[in-house]
Design a protein around this ligand. Sequence first.
Ligand code: HEM
Length: 147
Amino acid sequence: MVTSESLQLHSPGLLLLPRENRDQKLELSSYEVPTNKRVIVNAWAINRDPRYWVEPEKLYPERFLDCSTDYNGNFFQFIPFGAGRRICPGISFVLTIVKLTLANLLYHFQCELPSKGIDMNERFKTSRTRETTPHLDLIPVLYDVAP
Ligand code: HEM
């Protein structure tokens, strides 16, 4: 739920890789795509589209509770890794690393927000990053080690 919501709300990729129409003139919804013209899918805008998301700008991980929508390229309203033949091949790798890191952080530390809060402003470059590096206060949790 938390990783899905992060990818919905703060996905690093904004635009998918460009595709070119190699066929005859193509019709996509009400748009005509001439031959040899490029199409760039704006994944960021799709993630913010209220036709597909309830309160898309709100941090609301529960939206993925009892919901079959996933990021594997089968649901076109949620394509943080793209879709089709050029879908990101790093999905399994990156999600394993993210979940492992998160689980370790939560197991070993108690996380607290700094008193001045966290700057959630973002910067748009090739990928999306934070304006400033966010800092959480991490307090180590000490567990009794069996003798
Ligand atoms: C959170 C992390 C990541 C995100 C959000 C992400 C997202 C994406 C997106 C949106 C695309 C374009 C897909 C399309 O146009 O349909 C892509 C392509 C690609 N990604 Fe990732 N990616 C991530 C991590 C990784 C990692 C860790 C690797 C490698 C270990 C990787 C390797 C690639 C490669 C090689 C492509 C190009 C695939 C092609 O052109 O056929 N990605 N990724």
